[in-house]
Design a protein around this ligand. Structure first.
Ligand SMILES: NC(=O)c1ccc[n+]([C@@H]2O[C@H](COP(=O)([O-])OP(=O)(O)OC[C@H]3O[C@@H](n4cnc5c(N)ncnc54)[C@H](OP(=O)(O)O)[C@@H]3O)[C@@H](O)[C@H]2O)c1
Length: 171
């Protein structure tokens, strides 16, 4: 199963404020829908609450430490490991936040669908820094919209040694 992150962040790595997204970029929400439709989503309980309902056409796994929590239309897991087991045999699992869940699962992510909005905003949830050299850019495109943004697909190199060599060759 391919484990992917999907996230939109501001230049200062903010992803949320007061339990909500601090911006409205409809094109990005449309892309989120296109990319995730038919797949399995994994999210933290707070992110689920900010959305408020299961997203149609996608299996939604919510992680929470609350025993006995039930969320109609979702599967609740009490640990992230349990969430992974429940996601099998999905072809691709989309981990879609929030900050707490991204932080704990970064080591599992093979791919990141990353929207970088060209704005800096105040916030209280941040996307973690990525370890240097851990991901390479598979695809990148700049978009002009009400808020300009860059969309990238990052992937862990299959062969980190090859990537190191590639970087050295460029120096
Ligand atoms: N820009 C984006 O792409 C994006 C994406 C997603 C979210 N967001 C934003 O991010 C913010 C929410 O992020 P957040 O970091 O506050 O919360 P979160 O990661 O969505 O959820 C945290 C909750 O998940 C549960 N949890 C976390 N780790 C767990 C573990 N190891 N085992 C079991 N349960 C676990 C706990 O739920 P219980 O408290 O129930 O135990 C915890 O309180 C919001 O502002 C949202 O809008 C932005």
């Amino acid at each position: 199963m391919l484990i992917s992150f999907i996230v939109a962040m501001a230049r200062n790595r903010v992803i949320g404020r007061n339990g909500q997204l601090p911006w409205q970029v409809p094109e990005d929400l449309q892309r989120f829908k296109r990319l995730t439709m038919g797949h399995c989503l994994l999210m933290g309980r707070k992110t689920y609450q900010s959305i408020g309902r299961p997203l149609p056409g996608r299996r939604t796994i919510v992680v929470s430490r609350q025993a006995g929590l039930r969320l109609p239309g979702c599967t609740v897991a009490n640990t992230l490991r349990q969430a992974l087991t429940l996601a099998e045999p999905a072809e691709e699992l989309f981990i879609c936040g929030g900050a707490e869940v991204f932080r704990q699962t970064l080591a599992w992510a093979e791919r990141i669908y990353l929207t970088e909005l060209n704005l800096a905003v105040a916030g209280d949830s941040f996307f973690p820094e990525l370890p240097e050299g851990a991901f390479q850019v598979l695809w990148q495109e700049d978009f002009r919209a009400e808020i300009d943004y860059r969309f990238s697909i990052l992937q862990r190199p299959e062969n980190p040694l090859a990537l190191t060599q590639m970087v050295k060759d460029k120096l």
